[in-house]
Design a protein. Sequence first.
Length: 209
Amino acid sequence: MLNVTLINHPLIQHKLSIVRDKNTNTKEFRELVSEIAMLMGYEVTRDMPLKEVEIETPMGIAKTKVISGKKLAIVPVLRAGLGMMDAMLKLIPSAKVGHIGLYRDPDTLNPVEYYCKLPYDADERDFVILDPMLATGGSASAAIDYIKQKGVKSIKLMCMIACNEGIQRINEDHPDVQIYCAAIDEKLDSHGYIIPGLGDAGDRLFGTK
């Protein structure tokens, strides 16, 4: 059984349809990716532990709940993951941010790391990796490897569109990592792009196509 959560909320599905459209311009694409990330963030953080506290309201004492347990870190995979970062920080302003830079070798399709910087207290945090597309799964698997080398035990992978090849790769390499996505597409082409997908997420986010 694949370790993946498909988030099919109507608002997410509607916005994702516009993001896929080749005629959607860079400004609208960027805004929609951020909106989708924020909506997905509610589901990704659903299992955050709570503890009961007492709060004094203007009318008296209320027993209510606040987030407890480990602190969170988010890690966008450069560069496309940056499009999802601000939305997650709006939800969780206290989260620390790491960055992992990877590119896919066009011949071998294998990931090549060129940058990795994580919070100094990484081993004390739960991590959410942000990457809009889960295609071959090679880059995501490598990013998870780097984070685990820092002693991190709890990792989630959040992407907008995935395909079965990428999901299976993560499940095989990292069965402890839960994947969250808004769509699972048909297949990969010969260059490792998701079909039908949405094209190159980084190029469409930053207008570099």
